[in-house]
Design a protein around this ligand. Structure first.
Ligand code: C2E
Ligand code: MG
Ligand code: MG
Ligand code: MG
Length: 288
């Protein structure tokens, strides 16, 4: 059925329009049903992980991959993470799902390393509720140990939302993780409430410029100025700067020119299944 319903979503303070089928729209607005579906998905292992290459802007080589969760429901089809993750957090399912993502993506990297492929950094998103887990550090340590991947090949991506309520706890945990050699990336930078305060207080290694600043960077002088400033601040603080949502060559050239270190986005590759990522690791990105 082609009829599309519009769902106006203001989540994360970003205004976005989504076009879904009426059925999917119904599911998304029915938390109870969505929660039931989520529980079923966990039981029946319906989740998959896609990987999006992260590219070094100077060498144009793949140096990392971000693990992104994917869910196809038998009845409703593809349900985007931006829709189900907030519900999963609300009903305390995100700990289990997050553990699955961490373990599976580390196992995948371990497999690639064992195949003799070039080492890359695996980037895993952490949800705020995973941060409240008593045993988060042990979970990470245990995963690194059992998959036998070097600690410096894991990067954990957090958003400002994580830190807001529990700043001292967050700093403590991040410090322990950093001491293990794990990298900490601040995701979606520039969209939260006290971005600069976090830059000052959190033990970060990487800063990811939010996609919203990159979108019109070829023409919008405000976005250019803001992005330039973010790159300068990050580099002065000794952080690696990554741009997300790079979709055009022009955007990538601007970022490279301004001293941004790394980029991710559809210009290089969409998030892809593990076998396609493996192929890219073998063959490299196509010259464009
Ligand atoms: P994020 O961590 O900022 O991930 C980047 C999002 O931007 C991904 O959306 C990716 O598919 C999308 N993207 C990448 N390049 C481009 C581009 O060039 N253009 C456009 N328009 N989009 C691009 P996705 O996979 O839908 O994930 C959305 C968010 O859901 C993620 O944002 C992250 O916050 C969350 N998420 C996804 N997987 C996980 C997970 O395993 N655990 C947790 N806690 N959160 C996750
Ligand atoms: Mg991320
Ligand atoms: Mg992001
Ligand atoms: Mg983002």
């Amino acid at each position: 059925k082609a009829s599309a319903a519009m769902n106006y979503s203001k989540r994360l303070g970003k205004n976005r329009f989504h076009f879904y089928s009426e059925e999917l729209n119904e599911l998304i607005n029915n938390k109870f049903l969505l929660e039931m579906k989520l529980r079923e998905a966990i039981r029946k292992q319906k989740f998959m992980i896609y990987y999006q290459p992260k590219v070094d802007l100077h060498s144009n080589e793949i140096i990392g991959a971000e693990a992104l969760l994917r869910w196809w429901d038998d009845e409703y089809g593809f349900i985007p993470p931006s829709e189900f993750i907030p519900i999963a957090e609300e009903v305390n399912l995100m700990d289990d799902i997050g553990k699955f993502v961490l373990e599976s993506s580390c196992q995948q990297l371990s497999k690639w390393l064992n195949l003799g492929l070039k080492p890359i950094i695996m980037c895993v998103n952490l949800s705020p509720c995973q941060f409240l887990q008593e045993d988060l550090i042990e979970e990470v340590q245990q995963t690194l140990k059992s998959t036998n991947i070097p600690n410096h090949l894991l990067s954990l991506e957090i958003t400002e939302g994580i830190a807001i309520k529990f700043l001292s706890q967050t700093i403590e945990k991040l410090t322990l993780l950093k001491q293990l050699g794990v990298k900490i990336a601040l995701d979606d930078f520039g969209t939260g409430y006290s971005s600069l305060n976090y830059l000052k207080q959190l033990p970060l290694s990487i800063l990811k410029i939010d996609r919203s600043f990159i979108l019109d960077i070829e023409t919008n002088i405000q976005d250019q100025a803001i992005t330039r400033a973010i790159i300068t601040i990050a580099r002065s603080l000794g952080l690696t700067v990554v741009a997300e949502g790079v979709e055009t060559e022009g955007q990538s050239l601007f970022l490279k020119e301004e001293g941004c270190n790394e980029a991710q986005g559809f210009y290089y590759s969409k998030p892809i299944p593990a076998d396609e990522m493996e192929k890219l690791l073998r063959e490299g990105l196509k010259e464009s």
